[in-house]
Design a protein around this ligand. Structure first.
Ligand code: CO8
Length: 260
């Protein structure tokens, strides 16, 4: 598939999707969202890629938000269609078997921050700036920001950030739990790849089930959430990976997982 606004690189079980509209600071217009969705669907259908890194082209921005000229044209009907497209793309990433890492190089604002929050893990460069500045434009976060930010940093912090449109540094984002790691800008790609490789070295089914159980349990009461964990654990006990992982430990060798 040929894309105009993104690039897709695949190396073994690892993919990198780079949003590539640097002149608009990689802002998400409809076409870009459609391309992200199509590329990710292709990775899922291929069944080979297990970790996907998302990042932005250029030095300045990961993604500076939804595309502002396109936003300006929206009415009730087209506005709903646009938010639905963003929600679908981000929910697909969040719920996928593929683990996602947002490598935040520079600005991740508005829809860009929302994109990063749909990923499983967020790694930021020291110069990254994050925020939900939509109220500056007279709108609210529309790609899940009101909900995912609240779940990540708590209701009070989410409200303070969204009501004031305050842009925060990578350091503050780390402190409040909006990103998991901050690294020097020139090491971001390397560190994101190292993290991807580390995850890829683990039992594939175990990582996949862990993601599913964490996500499904997050919005449930503890009893029901733990029910998911028990079911997933029991299912893994029947897997080749579990047999291989435990045998390898006892034989003091590296495990050769096959994801079965
Ligand atoms: N969309 C389109 N173009 C953009 C965007 C954007 N979000 N952000 C920057 N650009 C463009 C600029 O217009 C400029 O283009 P040009 O050179 O042609 O004038 C170019 O990128 C470079 O930008 P600046 O000159 O402004 O660069 P600065 O370094 O001075 O500033 C900032 C960088 C601070 C990132 C600044 O560009 C900025 O504030 N951008 C807007 C950030 C923002 O408000 N993002 C949120 C957008 S709203 C949103 O994401 C809603 C999500 C939910 C959508 C729901 C749909 C219904």
């Amino acid at each position: 598939m040929v894309f105009q606004n993104i690039t897709v690189e695949i190396s073994g079980a690892k993919a990198t999707i780079t949003i590539n509209r640097p002149k608009a600071l990689n802002a998400l217009n409809r076409e870009t969202l459609k391309e992200i969705k199509a590329a990710f669907t292709e990775l899922e259908n291929g069944g080979v890629v297990r970790v996907c890194i998302f990042t932005g082209a250029g030095e300045k921005a990961c993604v500076a938000g939804a595309d502002i000229p396109e936003l300006k044209e929206l009415d009730l009907v087209s506005g709903k269609e646009f938010v639905e497209l963003g929600h679908q793309a981000f929910a697909q990433i969040e719920n996928s078997k593929i683990v996602s890492i947002a490598a935040i190089n520079g600005f991740a604002l508005g829809g860009g921050c929302e994109f990063a929050m749909a990923a499983d893990i967020r790694m930021a460069s020291e110069n990254a700036k994050l925020g939900q500045p939509e109220v500056n434009l007279g709108v609210i976060p529309g790609f899940g920001g009101t909900q995912r930010l609240t779940r990540l940093v708590g209701r009070g912090r989410a409200k303070e950030l969204i009501f004031t449109a305050r842009i925060i540094t990578a350091e503050e984002a780390l402190r409040i739990g909006l990103v998991e790691k901050v690294v020097p800008a020139d090491k971001l790609v390397e560190e994101a790849n190292k993290l991807a490789d580390l995850i890829l070295s683990k039992g594939p089914l175990a990582v996949q089930y862990a993601k599913e159980v964490i996500n499904r349990g997050a919005d449930l009461d503890l009893g029901n959430a733990n029910g998911y964990e028990m079911t997933a654990f029991a299912a893994l006990c029947e897997s080749d990976d579990k047999n291989e992982g435990l045998t390898a430990f006892m034989e003091k060798r590296a495990a050769g997982f096959r994801g079965k």
